[in-house]
Design a protein around this ligand. Sequence first.
Ligand code: HPA
Length: 270
Amino acid sequence: MYKKIQSCLESIRKETDFKPQVGLVLGSGLGNYADEIKVEKTVEYKDIEGFPISTVKGHKGRFVFGYVGEVPVVIMQGRVHYYEGYSMSDVVLPIRLMGLLGAGKIILTNAAGGVNSGFSAGDFMIITDHITTGVPSPLIGPNIEELGTRFPDMSEVYSKRMQGIIKASAEKCGIKMQEGVYVQFTGPNYETPAEIKMAARWGGDAVGMSTACEAMAAVHMGLEVCGISCITNMAAGISEVPLNHKEVQEIADRVSVDFKRLVTEVVMNV
Ligand code: HPA
């Protein structure tokens, strides 16, 4: 695996020597955020040797290197999901690459279903912690010693410092923030009402199909991580209506202007 990551890194380094400070992963609703930054270079995933490529319709697949204000960033425009059939180590490969490219701080965003009955569709949530019981750990398999230790501590996956910056940024932008625990399931199906009840009893506030595994891989290699969910719908059983991807996308699109303002403010202060 480490060889594969190194070969991806070499592929990118042939294209650009850009050194990002911040790595940003765009979830639904933020997909076109990269169009708004000062772009220096884009590298298509398909041009990176060995790189896992997303199959979800409407998800772009490329790294965008550029500046948000003065801050050098690398943006993952399109992520790979476990439900597409990749191994967990492939799913988190892009995160590890961003770290090796120089990004010491990672901002993860996603669309998620609301489990906490105090949430509404369209809310944003600071991820304070996560539960990954529903998916395999991305760290299973031989440990990559070059990246981190076999048994990494996970007592503060989402940096308290960065959580504070998200809060302050939201206040400055006049955007209401919720906060809570993100529960990752495999997808691609949405959860059953019984699974959502279980997630709530576990202490979960939102559910999704990404992010937590990425955060773990980032923490394993010593990166500072934060996460923001866009609650695109109330989860199964909490909402009376059946869920569908189109409606999730519509809500994500509707709040995307605020989401972009928030992310810009966070990147500039992180
Ligand atoms: N469940 C899982 N993932 C999601 C949801 C959901 O309800 N909404 C957006 N992503």
